[in-house]
Design a protein around this ligand. Sequence first.
Ligand SMILES: [Zn+2]
Length: 263
Amino acid sequence: MGKNDFLTPKAIANRIKAKGLQKLRWYCQMCQKQCRDENGFKCHCMSESHQRQMQIFGQNPDRILSGYSEEFEQNFLELMKRSHRFSRVAATVVYNEFIHDRHHVHMNSTQWATLTEFVKYLGRTGKCKVEETPKGWFITYIDRDSETIFKEKMKNKRIKLDMVEEEKQEKEIQKQIEKAEQLKMPLESEENSKQPVTKELNLESGVKIGFTLGGGNVAKGESSNNARLVFEEEENENKKKNEEKENSGRKNALEELMRKRRR
Ligand SMILES: [Zn+2]
């Protein structure tokens, strides 16, 4: 280590960086004002415009703080996506790039007191893969966009597979139904031979009711008697009306019954 180390490009770069970081302290986020040094910053804080800004901040400090935090995070991740999308990179490297923009949201205006705290937050919320090494924190951007696309693809694949599986199952079920039907065949034909008998019985009862209503034959069973009573009542009422209408009404009623019988 010689005296000339002080003038090496690396040493100069380090001093510039340090100065840059030092300057961050003299930045007023509310006024977006960069001051040259401590003295300049003190002067700025005494100014009327700064006092006005601080009043606004005082009215809703939480909202303003979370607003800056959100913006800081968003811009930081944007930079990660733009410059380090597919690489594992030291958090300090990204941060130095980030603060290169004079009007970046300054970290001391956010909810995070240190870069480490912010990096841990990124890891905790799954926005970056983070790991602590002897050389400091390293972060890897998690590409939500391509991850989403990948997941979407996998989902579609799964759906297709499910559909194929469902079709197979349906075919299998159909086969089983057909088999079962073949086995059932003899039983069903027996049932079929029984059915016409019940139909005939139904027809017979229909005929009986028909006769009771039409001809006034005495029929067994309460229901047919009731039907006759209703009919007689109707007849009495109809007598008051003219005969022709009554007859045609009867005809129609009979025709209706005949039609029902045929069915
Ligand atoms: Zn200010």
